[in-house]
Design a protein around this ligand. Sequence first.
Ligand code: FAS
Ligand code: PHB
Length: 396
Amino acid sequence: MRRQKTQVVIVGAGPSGLLLGQLLHKQGIDNVIVERVSAEYVLGRIRAGVIEQGFSDLMEEAGVSGRMKAEGEVHHAVEIATYGDVHSIDLSGLTGGKVVTVYGQTEITHDLMDARSASGQQTIYEAADVQPHDINTDSPFVTYTVDGQQQVLECDYIAGCDGYHGICRPSIPEGVLKEYEKIYPFGWLGLLADTPPVNFELIYIKHERGFALCSKRSETRSRYYLEVPVDEKVENWSDDRFWEELRRRLPADAEKRLVTGPSLEKSIAPLRSFVAEPMQYGRMFLVGDAAHIVPPTGAKGLNLAASDVSTLYRILTKVFKQGRTDLIEKYSQICLRRVWHGVRFSWWMTSMLHSFDESDIEGRIRSSELSFFLKEEAGRRVLAQQYVGLPYEEIE
Ligand code: FAS
Ligand code: PHB
């Protein structure tokens, strides 16, 4: 059995783990990432596409923003269509100049993987049976198996960046965590295609047939989503069926511009809101999807992961460089203040734009609320502030 010592073990090589590893490395803090699957498998997941200003700034601080600046698309507005009426939300005008960047999570992961390879920091892919141990002691460690050989990674701290289905959250003893969850009665059927997008801005569409979203990865690669029943199967959706249904939900002008083509990827994601409190136990911290999940309607999942990473990186830097161990216990409360804002906004966008029963009083109240937020400047300002992302909390 091989034993190795590092300062921080990061479980998971998704965007949370890779970004944290890069930021810690730049501060001279040694870290090792253990990942369950291969790098190719991680890159094969098609997920987020909208990056908040805070995340872009963090990528710059990590020294990995070059390609995002060159290839990412800055957006000053976003559109919301309700039953054919299109409302443009002037993000920059309503937030004193803030913007979002359209740049796929796959590209972010690519950039972070390239930076990690260049840094020489160790990443162990296809690690089986990863397991944190002694997390509530001063000498935690992580075991894993590679090529049938068990290995031991001794460390000072463990960052659980292993997503909703990871091993770190379940490693916290019974009774410590309180979990909050809301399951939505529908999913998102996503399609990626090398076709020109129907619109420069993203369009979130409320339609009697169900929600739809027109997004993109570039001016030649489109990303679309359709609300489907929660038990829907992707095998039931040929490309033709997808395009025909999207065409029926698009506003008239966009429908005229729709260019269809063969799908590069098609998958269904279930929608849930989930938060585990606290986001830490002993010397282990939960980061990103390991601690919280939001429906993608607010484009917050990846962005909340980034603000968790920012908080943990800043705390650990002060701990290792200034001995500020008093900050350790503040991680969860700082993260959760911003996480719950993201959870609420994602729930609100999902509730406003997906097909719930519109015939009862709740349906009428929802329509009235959405109408206020789209037609009144005060409403649009609140929507814009949430969409571009609330400020990151300073670490004192
Ligand atoms: P991730 O889940 O990305 O990464 C966790 C990593 O840990 C994975 O590589 C996994 O293999 C690894 N891991 C798991 N268990 C392990 C173990 N036991 N040992 C070692 N490694 C382990 N967000 C948006 O903002 N917009 C979107 O449109 C959007 N769409 C999404 C669609 C889907 C289908 C999903 C699942 C999520 C989507 N999200 C979206 C949210 C998503 O982007 C996440 O917020 C983002 O991936 C979070 O990154 P991580 O916290 O790194 O978790
Ligand atoms: C995407 O491009 O994948 C995307 C964009 C905005 C969202 C969700 C997904 O709210």
